[in-house]
Design a protein around this ligand. Structure first.
Ligand code: UDP
Ligand code: MN
Length: 623
């Protein structure tokens, strides 16, 4: 790419060089011959026959030597010209190919890989890049060209640079787990760790291969490990799973193989930044019960450029998807940008005292594929006597993939794992996870595996309740106990269509063909509200309530408490299999055939239409 843009310049320099050399050549060649011949004639003309003897032979042989020099000089000059010609030829070829490139059609105009990247690639190159992208979820074509020891911007707050850490720090095992990641990406992670971790603390780097099928991660990776170990004896270790075990068990395998005081368990597609390890080691040395997370920066999946992320707490919603939460006021009030930030959860990547992590049960090996294991650990840590902190001065750049190579639909694994977390740790609040995922509380048909050993662990560690966790660690999550019916809302006139939140942005609910996604989640409260759309149930963001605005025939969706305080009509009477009647306006939520012949949602004088909601709680509405 960079060469491509410089081609005209290269060409110009080439042309100037050629002309210069040619002129020189002409002068030089001419000059030499003239001097030679004239010199020879000058000297040799007055020759007398008498002198046609040894001197002549000498002179002739001198002439021969001069000719030999001339021949050599000519050869050199021709060679130089040939080199220049080659440079020119290459430049012309490159320019022609550049011109061709510029007019290459984009083979994959809809591929996210080529939105910001890939200008000027030939068709063959585009094909190769796209194929690698589909396979890995990031730009392996580019990664293979970037230096393995590239520098990345130092994203720490300047106050981190003033920090002084103890000279004696605990030793560190870094664990990298992977399943079909690109070799160049794994190598870049390893090299960043070697280059940016003080060598006196870095005891080992443990690679855990979760049964990759990718050929370059077999013998070629072994070769690389051998190579690094020649330079740093014993530093790299590899453990390979003979069957796919998922990321929780891979992290556990790494923990089992580790021997240092502290373990840092990372993804394989990271680059640690300058000074990442010292804050972690110092904090864990101070308090062995703290599980720490670095701050992540984003490596773009397409350009591999770094985007700095601001500091935030690691949180999750009721589906147990991770998310970033805003900074708590208590942390801001400290006015110390380097201070550890108490966090409800980790994102996945973590560092801990190796033995403490073992005492509390490492990760739940019953978590399959991906997801949920981070929340499980977080609840266990907090509820069983530990704590979680994000350390602002420890930064790791993490490649955010476009898609995961190991699962097309992550929600299947996450839903199953989330129910497992709920059953082990969430006591009387576990229904919130079922509600958020729109799964029935009984007979969900989802097998979350045997949880008896994890429940026994909870007993053994004498852990606190989830109620304690909500009140003391994560008050942002707002459990709801008033929901009595949830799931899809169908009208008996046509059961193939469901109540739906409608276009976003927008606040007009509609009837739409039923599907399984959250825009059709509906939650009916004993108190009379209907939430429509994905369940939020948290302090800072409001769920939206079905509202009768009092005029017109369209219902609306409004943030519930705002609607309530504005005197909007958000309370409805509803019995399973009965009408939906607004308590204030007495109008009914009904459907009627619109001009296009399909049913539309309306508010009108009741005609005794009947509605059903998919799941009920505590037998509501059935007796
Ligand atoms: N991983 C694994 N086995 C699996 C799935 C994932 O070892 O079955 C590894 C993966 O290669 C990566 C880490 O687990 O190093 C975390 O996965 P990913 O990066 O996909 O999760 P994200 O960071 O996007 O949450
Ligand atoms: Mn990752």
């Amino acid at each position: 790419m960079i060469l491509g843009r410089n081609l005209p310049k290269v060409l110009c320099i080439g042309l100037i060089l050629i002309t210069a050399v040619n002129i020189l050549l002409v002068f030089y060649t001419k000059g030499t011959i003239q001097t030679l011949i004239l010199g020879a004639l000058h000297k040799d003309l007055p020759l007398h026959l008498a002198e046609w003897d040894g001197t002549v032979i000498k002179r002739l042989s001198h002439l021969e030597v001069d000719f030999q020099h001339l021949k050599d000089d000519m050869k050199l000059a021709m060679k130089q010209q040939e080199n220049v010609n080659n440079t020119l030829k290459q430049a012309v070829e490159a320019m022609a190919s550049d011109t061709r490139h510029r007019f290459h059609k984009k083979l994959f105009p809809n591929s996210q890989l080529f939105k910001q990247w890939g200008e000027g690639l030939s068709e063959a190159q585009q094909k190769m890049a796209q194929e690698l992208f589909q396979k890995f979820g990031y730009n392996v074509y580019l990664s293979n060209q970037l230096p393995l020891n590239r520098t990345i911007p130092d994203t720490r707050d300047s106050r981190c640079l003033q920090k002084i850490y103890p000279s004696q720090l605990p030793s560190l095992s870094v664990i990298l787990i992977f399943m079909n990641e690109a070799l160049s990406v794994i190598q870049r992670a390893i090299i960043s760790i070697i280059n940016r971790t003080p060598s006196q603390v870095l005891k080992e780097i443990i690679l855990v291969d979760d049964c990759s099928s990718n050929g370059e991660l077999q013998a070629p990776l072994n070769e690389k490990i051998k190579f690094y170990n020649q330079k740093y004896p014993g530093l790299l270790k590899i453990v390979r799973h003979t069957e796919r075990k998922g990321l929780a068990q891979s992290r556990n395998t790494g923990w089992e193989a580790a021997t240092a005081d502290v373990v840092a368990i990372l993804d394989a597609h990271i680059e640690v930044n300058i000074g990442w390890a010292e804050p972690i080691l110092a904090r864990i040395q101070e308090d062995r019960t703290v599980i720490v997370s670095p701050v992540f920066d984003k490596i773009h999946f397409d350009t591999f450029e770094l985007k700095k992320y601001g500091l935030s707490a690691d949180g999750f919603n009721w589906e147990l998807w991770c998310r970033y939460d805003s900074l708590p006021q208590s942390w801001i009030d400290q006015q110390d940008a380097t201070a550890p930030l108490k966090s409800p959860s980790i994102m996945g990547i973590l560092a801990a005292n190796r033995l403490f992590l073992g005492e509390i049960g490492v990760l739940d090996g019953g978590m399959l594929v991906y997801g949920g294991e981070n929340v499980e650990l977080s609840l266990r840590v907090w509820q069983c006597g530990g704590k979680i902190e994000v350390l602002p001065c420890s930064r790791i750049a993490h490649l955010e993939r476009h898609h995961k190579p190991y699962a097309l639909d992550l929600s299947i694994a996450l839903k199953r794992n989330a129910l497992r977390v709920a059953e082990i740790w969430m006591d009387e609040y576990k229904h919130m996870v079922y509600l958020a995922w729109n799964v029935p509380l009984e007979n969900s048909g989802i097998d979350f595996g045997d949880i008896s050993s994890r429940k026994a662990l909870r007993e053994k560690l004498k852990c606190k309740t989830f109620d304690w966790y909500l009140k003391n660690v994560y008050p942002l999550l707002k459990p709801i106990s008033s929901i009595v019916g949830y799931g899809r809302m169908r009208n008996a006139l046509d059961e193939s269509i469901c109540l739906d939140q409608g276009a976003v942005p927008g606040n007009t609910p509609i009837m739409y063909y039923c599907h399984t996604f959250s825009p059709q989640n509906v939650y009916y409260h004993q108190t009379g509200e209907f939430y429509v759309g994905a369940l939020i149930a948290e302090k800072n963001t409001e769920d939206r309530c079905l509202t009768d605005p009092g005029k017109g025939e369209n219902p609306t969706l409004e943030p519930c408490s705002k609607a309530a305080s504005n005197g909007l009509n958000i309370y409805w009477d509803f019995k399973l299999g009965g009408a939906v009647i607004n308590r204030a306006t007495k109008r009914c939520l009904e459907i009627k055939k619109g001009t296009s012949g399909t049913y539309v949602l309306v508010l009108q004088t009741c005609t005794a239409q009947m509605w059903k909601i998919q799941y009920v709680i505590r037998n509501w509405g059935t007796n």
